[in-house]
Design a protein around this ligand. Structure first.
Ligand SMILES: O=C([O-])CC(=O)C(=O)O
Ligand SMILES: [Mg+2]
Length: 389
């Protein structure tokens, strides 16, 4: 078998929302389709990928470096020993030929989007949902039947007052989510505390609310928020400071007793290991949010899991950023702590299969082969139209 075509496109995932650091008015994503010569149900198997959210489309990197390397490679060098399926690790190494280590930048996004499409194709060719394939080939042979998910939203946008924020959170709870997440750090501490209390009026207790500062704070501000947030006993306090400021994170963990979360802007197993080593993160309560789609894909995520396990964490510490179905499959197949979900933002990329409801804060998984894009009609339509497949 072989890859016969790889197509990429840029799609908007823009909206007027704002976190503490950026607005999403011009946000884009890359979509990639890997077309194979394998036929299932009378049609060629096509794997799809996209690059999560928060980083812009990587078309320059894809078209100048990573896709030409795959197109120029001997097709046989990209398949497994048996020659009956793609080999994600070999494809990864081919893409990374002549790339120096370190300074991961955003090439990890370009590699990540292709890697997602490759795994989708691999599971479709294997005739299994990806979570089952992962459990069998990279896990312990068993998988979780449902995954903890929380509803991420609570953005700042023009004209949004506390009543609108409360309505949004009420909708998430009505959809079956228990834990909701809101943005902080885009307003004064006083205003954010008022917003937090408004949401607590809806969800009842701090353990149902996570807050996300998107790396906005210096140490002084991070500590001031920590002090103010402490009494609420929140689900977590996320990305207080710059993603690479491990000392800030470590200082914070000395004074903030509640759970903290970070890692969505670390894009390699080396960076993940540094966070685990030097960031003061506590395996008994903290959460690691590496997003495989932004960080060289699932091939690299397997290395990330190994690296953090060597530092005392387990896969259950991981609740990836991004709200996408690849992480959902990883969460079920490799037994992570859960997955993010965006019920109302980043459409059609946020959210899960159309016909699977969230119940008691957990979501089930589709049975169809692949990652499950075909079970989310608006998303597969967007991907097919963009790549004309
Ligand atoms: O607003 C964003 O960039 C998304 C984010 O941090 C998250 O989902 O945790
Ligand atoms: Mg975040």
């Amino acid at each position: 078998m072989k890859i016969i075509d790889i197509r990429d496109a840029v799609v908007p995932i823009s909206s007027p929302i704002r976190n503490a650091f950026i607005d999403f008015s011009k946000m884009t994503a890359s979509v990639v389709a890997v077309v194979t010569d394998v036929v299932r149900d009378g049609k060629p198997v096509v794997g799809y990928g996209f690059n999560s959210n928060g980083r812009y489309a990587a078309s320059g990197l894809l078209n100048e470096r990573f896709l030409p390397r795959l197109r120029e490679a001997d097709p046989e060098s990209l398949v497994n020993e048996a020659g009956d399926n793609l080999d994600p690790a070999r494809i990864w190494s081919t893409m990374m030929t002549n790339e120096k280590p370190g300074g991961h930048g955003e090439r990890s996004v370009a590699v990540g989007v292709v890697d997602m499409a490759v795994w989708d194709a691999v599971a479709k060719i294997a005739g299994q949902p990806l979570y089952k394939h992962l459990a069998d080939t990279c896990g312990d042979g068993t998988h979780d039947n449902s995954v903890f998910v929380y509803a991420a939203g609570g953005y700042y946008y023009p004209g949004k007052d506390d009543a609108r924020l409360q309505e949004e959170m009420r909708r998430y709870r009505d959809m079956g989510y228990e834990v909701v997440k809101m943005k902080i750090g885009g307003a004064s501490l006083e205003e954010d505390l008022r917003r937090i209390e408004a949401v607590l009026d809806v969800v009842g207790e701090g353990r149902y609310l996570a807050v996300d500062a998107n790396g906005r704070f210096d140490l002084h501000t991070a500590l001031a928020y920590a002090e103010a947030l402490k009494p609420y006993n929140l689900f977590w306090y996320e990305e207080a400071g710059d993603p690479l400021d491990f000392q800030l994170q470590a200082e914070l963990s000395k004074v903030y007793p509640g759970p903290m979360a970070t890692g969505e802007n670390l894009f390699s197993h080396q960076d993940a290991r540094n966070l685990a080593r030097y960031g003061g993160m506590r395996p008994d309560r903290d959460w690691l949010q590496f997003d495989c789609a932004l960080s060289y894909g699932l091939v690299e995520y397997l290395r990330i899991l190994k690296a953090i396990e060597a530092e005392g964490f387990t896969s259950r510490n991981c609740v990836p950023h991004g709200g996408h179905q690849l992480s959902l499959n990883i969460a079920a197949g490799l037994k992570l702590g859960g997955n993010e979900s965006y019920p109302e933002v980043f459409a059609p990329f946020g959210g899960f299969a159309d016909n699977i409801r969230v119940e008691n804060g957990h979501v089930g998984l589709p049975q169809a082969p692949g990652i499950g894009f075909e079970q989310k009609s608006a998303l597969i339509r967007t991907m097919r139209t963009a790549t004309e497949t």
